[in-house]
Every structure is written in structure tokens, then in C-alpha cells.
Design a protein around this ligand. Structure first.
Ligand code: LR7
Ligand code: MN
Length: 576
């Protein structure tokens, strides 16, 4: 019943506050949209056919779409203004039970209005930005598998409530073979009551998010495709800056700042606009701090678009034709994972630009675990997808991926010929070009002598991170030959690195720690002599030595003495 109440509240907001009211239908909410398309339709087609020619966008008076009033706080309701929801102790058992369904606090989510208010999280400099009055229309594509009702519909309502109506062509929901009752006919009936066209499509069988998005994209009528995960909340002013950037350059793929919706309390927490996307040797997407170089390029303006090496994957806008020109997605990828890096590399290597638009904010429920099944096994699927990225886009740097993921080599990549053809056809640049020009801060070294194990000649044991993190000591253990934690690169900059950490010693007797690579030599500067097989720490003029018997898992730094215990074999091993 609570969601019916929401409908009533929303009807009040949308229909009676000058947002271009009307009921949902495929013809479009606002008759203005249809009329404008009729006027511009012919031009638009011509422009499209000339392939990348000048686009013709809808003309909308600013005051008309700027007149969308902010969603008002509904006093007394939980979670309003993005606040945290607390569950009374008496309900904690129920809360824990429900948590398992989606790996987030479903009880909390269900208590929050589908139209909950948020604070305006934008920087001051964003609030008075004026965007062109001609912007493309967009279709929002949301794919889901067994998503909760409240998070899915709150995503949809946040789009409806916070997008200039004339720019919002439609919302496309793609159900990826869910088996939850509420996502069946009930969803379709509900969609039909919404004040913008909301269409529901269904995959025939579980297809994974990549193929589900491809299905959704096929039905897009808008000029721009905007993808969202099914548990998001779009914040005030999120859409205009994304679309405006695409008008400036249609080959720009743009992401909002992804804010955090707590999986525990559903609090809306503003994320830093000083992070960008990177990746590690395992090919996991990771957030890192934006380097000064990029701040300088933007002239220190934190509202200016931020060029990012990679994107998280779930939330972005792209010109529809450009999406297809660029090869949409790799249909050979299953369920989850990999497509975010694949598209990031492809955009950059094939002549596009990937950006985070700091004035656009969208919240996302981040969770620790995946709530759904991975038919065939999680690691097999994720490794399969990642291997396709490595094989098609990363040239010789794919070795880092294989070295770092024990078991990756035994997972079949499938047929990748059409993706390789695509890369040829689009005359895409090399991965070296990407590393040199887009992501010099990456932990993939540009040039290196070795990638493999570092084995002590006397003990025959190997350096091993033992899975430890930055700031902890490096270890040693029996050689297992599987790569992973026993893989190190010896780079042309004389670093011994494992993923984003480098061997580092601040004093002549160690300890030898794993520390974030800084690329400035100093404590991270090691010289390997192939002749003597010694590894000398330049700053202290000491040598890497086998561990003492009393602590066989900790390598030492000692005076160089030519002993066998100071000899190390570093050999590249490329077939893992
Ligand atoms: O089989 C599936 N079918 C689906 O339709 C599996 C998933 N899905 C849907 C799912 O219901 C959800 O709406 O696909 C969407 C994404 O799945 P999530 O929410 O489980 O993914 P995530 O948020 O953990 O992961 C991020 O990385 C993914 C890699 O494949 C996708 O690119 C996600 O879109 C992406 N999410 C974001 O970018 C939001 C920010 C998270 C970060 C970092
Ligand atoms: Mn998600």
C-alpha cells in the first residue's frame, strides 16, 4: 500500500506543479516533444545519415524545462533529504532476513518514499551554470535481475522527478529473467500509470547485464542513451550537464559523479569529485585520486569535465549513433563484469573521450556482495569477460592480467574475432598509446624487464605479497607457480612492483614494505644485476637477502656479500 500512497503524492507534484503534466503513453508525455520532432525530424535524419555530421537537437526554452520544481521534503517520512534510516531494535531480525534478498537493507528502502527528497549536492559553481537551450533527448535504460521494487521504482521516480521533461524521451526497463512476482505483470501495470513513457522489455532467458543493455538500447527512441543501474537516485540537475557535454562533442561518453547510497541505512552520501576511474592488474575497476596533471588541464576548475581513464560502467550517457559506431558492447560477455573496462579502453583507443561531469550527481547503492546467481560460476564468468578485454584491447599488457589471476589461462575466452575486427576497422590506437597519453599514472609499467616470480637461489622460495596491503611487509613462501601474489614486475624505472605497490625500504636494515609506487626512485629504487643475480637497494647500498631461519617468511636487507642467499632469479614467464 505504501507505494500507492507515493503515487498519489507524486501525482500532486507532477500534475499540479507545472512540469508538463499528462499521462504516460508511447506518443510521449508532452505533445511538445512530438511536435518538435516533426519539425526537426527530417533534418535530424539527414544529419544522422551523413554519419557524424552536425546534429540537430530539440530547441527548448530554458525557462520551460528549468521550471521543474525540486522535489520537496515530505516531513515525517523516513530518509527524506537523503538522511539515514534507522530501524528499531525490535525489527532487527526482520531487517537481517530481508537484507539477504538484495544484499542491502531492504526494510529501510521499503520505508523510504519512492519520491524521497535529496539535498542539492552540487558545488556552488554548478548551480548557476547555463546550458544550451538545444539539447538532445535521452532514453534511460535500466536493466535488472531480481531487483527490489522500492529501489527500482525509486530509480525511475528520481529520473522522472529530476529530469527536464522535454529531454526525457522515455524510460526503458529491461528485466533480465527475474523470478520475483513484483517484477512481472505488476510492474507493467505500474509503468502504465507513470507520467512519462516507461516501457518494459524482457530477455527470454538470463542474459547478463551486457546483453540485457543491448536489448534495451535496440528500442531507444531518444538521441542519447543513458544507462543506469536499477538502484540509483538521480540528484538535482543531473541530466542537463551530461547532455550538454555530448552536444559540444558527440564522441564524449559522460558519467555523473557517483554518490554513495548506503546499503545499511540508505543515507545519500556525496562522493568526492576528486576521484577518477582506474584499474589494477587483476582488471578490477578501482577509484583513485585525480592527479594534479588533470587538475591543471582543467585550469583548476572543479566544475569542468574530468577526463577519466576508465568508468565504473553502470551510469553513463552516450550519443545513440556513436554507441553503435563504436561497437556497442561485446555480446560475448556474460552476466556481470568486464564491460566497463572494455568500453573505457575502446572509447579512448578508438578516438573518443571519457569524462566524469562533476556537476552531475547520481547516487548508487554500493554493496559488498552480489545478491544474484552467476550461472556457471562467478570466477569463471568474471575471468571470461576480463580475458576478452585483455585479449582484444591490451596488447602485451594482457600478460599482467594472466600473471595476476591464477586460473585465468584455463578459462576459455570464446570467439573474439569480431571484436578484433572492430578494433581494426575503427583504426584504434594501441594500449601503449593509452598508457602513455591517457593513463600515465597507471600501475601497468610502460617498460619492464621482467614479469614473473622472484626466486631465491638458496632457499628456492619466492617473494610473495601474501595478499598484504600497502604499508605492510613483503613476505616469502614456497613457490607455487600460479602467479598471483608471487608475481612481480621489474621495471625500466628500477621498481619491483606488484600491482600498485612497490618494494620499499626506508632504512638500511629494512623492513621491506609494500608501498604505493610513487615513481620517484628513492626508497623504491632497486638494481638487479643479471650477472651477480643480486638485487641492490640503491639508497642504502644494501642487498636483498633470504630470510633468517627463525622467520622464513620475511626477506631481509643486508650488507652485500655475494652469498648464495643474496642471489635471486628473476625470469619472465608469459604463459601462465
Ligand atoms: O545477470 C545480470 N543481469 C542484470 O540485469 C546481472 C546484473 N544485472 C543488472 C543488475 O540488476 C543491476 O541493475 O545489472 C545492473 C548492474 O549490476 P550490479 O548492480 O550487481 O553491479 P555493480 O553495481 O556491483 O557493478 C558495477 O560494475 C558492473 C560490471 O559489470 C556494471 O558495470 C555495473 O553497472 C556497475 N555499477 C556501477 O557502475 C555503479 C557504481 C559502482 C561502482 C564502482
Ligand atoms: Mn549496482
Amino acid at each position: 500500500v505504501w507505494f500507492l500512497i507515493d503515487v498519489i503524492v507524486l501525482t500532486f507534484y507532477t500534475d499540479c506543479m507545472g512540469r508538463g503534466c499528462g499521462k504516460s503513453s508511447d506518443e510521449g508525455v508532452s505533445d511538445g516533444v512530438a511536435a518538435a520532432e516533426e519539425r526537426h525530424g527530417a533534418d535530424f535524419l539527414e544529419a544522422s545519415e551523413s554519419g557524424g555530421g552536425k546534429r540537430v537537437y530539440q530547441s527548448w526554452e530554458l525557462r520551460r524545462w528549468n521550471a521543474v520544481p525540486p522535489v520537496r521534503e515530505q516531513y515525517g517520512k523516513p530518509g527524506e533529504m537523503g538522511k539515514a534510516v534507522t530501524i528499531p531494535a525490535a525489527q532487527h531480525e526482520l531487517m537481517k532476513e530481508k537484507f539477504k534478498l538484495n544484499q542491502f537493507n531492504l526494510l529501510a528502502s521499503d520505508m523510504i518514499s519512492l519520491n524521497r527528497s535529496l539535498t542539492d549536492v552540487r558545488q556552488e559553481g554548478c548551480k548557476d551554470k547555463v546550458y544550451p537551450d538545444k539539447l538532445p533527448t535521452t532514453s534511460i535504460v535500466i536493466v535488472f535481475h531480481n531487483e527490489a521494487w522500492s529501489t527500482l521504482l525509486r530509480t525511475v521516480w528520481s529520473v522522472i522527478n529530476r529530469s527536464p521533461r522535454p529531454l526525457l524521451k522515455e524510460v526503458i526497463l529491461v528485466d533480465d529473467a527475474s523470478d520475483r512476482e513484483h517484477l512481472g505483470k505488476r510492474l507493467e501495470r505500474y509503468a502504465a500509470t507513470l507520467p512519462v513513457p516507461v516501457r518494459v522489455f524482457r530477455t527470454e532467458k538470463r542474459s547478463g547485464l551486457i546483453r540485457a543493455r543491448l536489448l534495451g538500447a535496440k528500442h531507444v527512441k531518444g538521441q542519447v542513451i543513458t544507462f543506469l543501474d536499477a538502484h540509483c537516485e538521480c540528484a538535482e540537475g543531473w541530466l542537463e550537464p551530461l547532455l550538454a557535454r555530448i552536444v559540444e562533442d558527440r564522441k564524449t561518453v559522460v558519467c555523473p559523479v557517483i554518490d554513495v547510497i548506503s546499503d545499511e541505512t540508505f543515507e545519500y552520501i556525496t562522493a568526492s569529485d576528486m576521484t577518477w576511474g582506474g584499474f589494477n592488474w587483476k582488471l578490477n575497476f578501482r577509484w583513485y585520486r585525480v592527479p594534479q596533471r588533470e587538475m591543471d588541464r582543467r585550469g583548476g576548475d572543479r566544475t569542468a569535465p574530468l577526463r577519466t581513464p576508465t568508468m565504473a560502467g553502470g551510469l553513463f550517457s552516450i550519443d545513440k549513433e556513436y554507441f553503435y559506431e563504436l561497437g556497442s558492447y561485446d555480446e560475448g560477455m556474460d552476466i556481470w563484469g568486464g564491460e566497463n573496462l572494455e568500453m573505457s579502453f575502446r572509447v579512448w583507443q578508438c578516438g573518443g573521450i571519457l569524462e566524469i561531469i562533476p556537476c552531475s550527481h547520481v547516487g548508487h547503492v554500493f554493496r559488498d556482495k552480489s545478491p544474484y546467481t552467476f550461472p556457471g560460476g562467478v570466477s569463471k564468468i568474471v575471468l571470461h569477460n576480463a580475458a576478452r578485454v585483455a585479449e582484444v584491447w591490451m596488447d602485451e599488457w594482457r600478460d599482467f592480467y594472466y600473471a595476476m589471476n591464477p586460473g585465468a589461462a584455463s578459462v576459455a575466452v570464446g570467439d573474439i574475432s569480431s571484436r578484433r575486427d572492430l578494433r581494426q576497422r575503427l583504426k584504434c590506437k594501441s594500449f601503449r598509446w593509452y598508457l602513455e597519453n591517457v593513463y600515465p599514472e597507471s600501475q601497468m609499467p610502460l617498460d619492464y624487464y621482467f614479469l614473473g616470480e622472484v626466486k631465491n637461489a638458496e632457499t628456492k622460495t619466492c617473494l610473495d605479497t601474501l595478499g598484504r596491503k600497502s604499508g605492510e611487509q613483503v613476505g616469502m613462501s614456497y613457490r607455487h607457480g600460479l602467479g598471483g601474489n608471487q608475481v612481480f614486475a621489474y621495471t625500466k624505472r628500477q621498481q619491483i612492483m606488484s600491482d600498485d605497490n612497490c618494494l620499499d625500504s626506508a632504512s638500511p636494515d629494512g623492513p621491506i614494505k609494500l608501498v604505493r609506487c610513487h615513481g620517484m626512485g628513492g626508497n623504491q629504487n632497486w638494481v638487479y644485476s643479471e650477472k651477480d643475480q643480486t638485487i641492490r637497494h640503491v639508497n642504502t647500498d644494501q642487498c636483498l637477502q633470504k630470510p633468517d631461519v627463525k622467520d622464513p617468511s620475511t626477506p631481509l636487507l643486508r650488507r652485500c656479500d655475494q652469498s648464495l642467499g643474496q642471489q635471486w632469479v628473476m625470469k619472465s614467464k608469459f604463459k601462465w
